[in-house]
Ligand binder design. Structure first.
Ligand SMILES: *Cc1c(COP(=O)(O)O)cnc(C)c1O
Length: 400
């Protein structure tokens, strides 16, 4: 049985309600919490039933590589939240990104992507796709004319993330979708930084949305996961067979953890966004900082696009410590509460030094082009008391 957005819910509810109830499948025991179906396969009442399931003539589960009730609950809940007809969960965010691109492409095709991408996404587009005869062009995503002039007769896919990692630039999704569609291409949006609560790329014209569920959706640093959302036709044409036959499947256990994560997503992300706002206000203009970028501030370079397409700021703040890498490392090492890591969207406040972690693979020139200096720090707001976090960050800045 494939996941569909057809939820058992009897009317249209708001996102906070969907996060708790959408997609719930109750077994004959009537459990309160979603059941964890930790099984590889399923048994059938008869050989005829088994044959009918395989032919697709009878609904039901077959094998957890591509269908499992717990994973199905996660897919249906995410589809309801996103307003998508269909969804497929994957083992990680990168499995979702890779399948969403590879599922649409063949040798001879061309991809246009914004160059400000999560490091592994950029590797897939820039280094890996060309090995299979798929050419790619990277553009400055906020410059719409660059998307237009990158189009070739064989352009099949546009790919972007917004807000971008780590500099929190915001790309106009509706405008890029128009350019893609005029070129006969499909737009895939990596919506990790905005979360489904703050930005709806499908409603803005994107054809497919992908998430790393590892980030805000889990939100407590426990497991990896990813998901691809689109129309039923897109999933059937490009995604279903690729996932079914190649097997980057989400574990039912991870789906169960992520379902529990979704229940608290809105509470966490709203609180983290408030905290990110408090942090950006407290740090803005600090004499040790060269600049601070926060999508919730009116001085953000794409403030007009943000007002148009996002419902709130972000759980992330980027800022540049004056000086070199040593100054940034002194700041990171002086933090007492905020932890140094490369991930984000956790209950714990986290800092990342992109130049030596997520973007270390790029040449210094490519980093400079993206605004990733040796002093740049990405902060991800956790759930601690905001005043404790601000005090921690200010004390560490004193140490620089
Ligand atoms: C983390 C991340 C990914 C990759 O997700 P994994 O779950 O780590 O594989 C992709 N895109 C963005 C924007 C991310 O932040």
């Amino acid at each position: 049985m494939s996941a569909s957005a057809k939820s058992a819910l009897k009317r249209k509810y708001r996102p906070e309600t969907l996060l708790i109830h959408a997609g719930t499948l109750r077994s004959q025991f009537g459990e309160t919490s979603e059941a964890l179906f930790l099984t590889q396969g399923f048994v059938y009442d008869s050989a005829e039933q088994c044959a009918a399931r395989f032919k697709g003539e009878e609904p039901g589960y077959l094998y957890s590589r591509f269908s499992n009730p717990t994973v199905n609950m996660f897919e249906t809940r995410m589809a309801a939240l996103e307003g998508a007809e269909s969804a497929r969960a994957t083992a990680s965010g990168m499995a979702a990104v890779t399948a969403s691109l590879m599922g649409q492409l063949k040798a001879g095709d061309h991809v246009v992507a914004a160059k400000a991408l999560f490091g592994s996404c950029r590797w897939v587009v820039e280094d890996w796709l060309p090995r299979f005869g798929v050419a790619s062009t990277l553009v400055d995503g906020i410059k719409l004319d660059q998307w237009k002039s990158a189009v070739r007769p064989n352009t099949k896919v546009f790919f972007l993330e917004s807000p971008t990692n780590p500099t929190l630039e915001v790309i106009d999704i509706a405008e890029v979708a128009k350019i893609a569609h005029d070129a006969g291409a499909k737009l895939v949006v990596d919506n990790v930084f905005a979360t489904p609560l703050f930005q709806s790329p499908l409603a803005l014209g994107a054809d497919c949305v992908v998430y790393s569920a590892t980030k805000h959706i889990d939100g407590q640093g426990r497991c990896l996961g990813g998901i691809i959302l689109s129309t039923e036709k897109f999933i059937q044409d490009h995604i279903h067979q690729v996932l079914r036959q190649t097997g980057p499947s989400m574990s039912p256990f991870n789906a169960w953890v992520l379902l529990k994560g979704l229940e608290t997503l809105s509470v966490r992300v709203h609180r983290q966004t408030d905290t990110a706002g408090v942090v950006s206000a407290a740090l803005f203009g600090h004499p040790k900082l060269a600049r601070l970028i926060y999508p919730g501030r009116p001085d953000h370079p794409q403030a007009a696009v943000i007002r148009k397409q996002m419902r709130a700021g972000s759980t992330l703040v980027a800022f540049e410590i004056k000086g070199d890498q040593k100054a940034a490392f002194r700041f990171l090492n002086a933090l007492q509460l905020t932890r140094i890591t490369n991930t984000l969207g956790d209950a714990k406040s986290l800092v990342t030094h992109p130049a030596t972690t997520t973007h270390q693979r790029l040449t210094p020139e490519a980093r400079a082009e993206l605004g990733i200096s040796d002093g740049l720090v990405r902060f991800s707001a956790g759930l601690e008391h905001p005043d404790d976090i601000v005090e921690d960050l200010l004390a560490a800045l004193e140490a620089v």
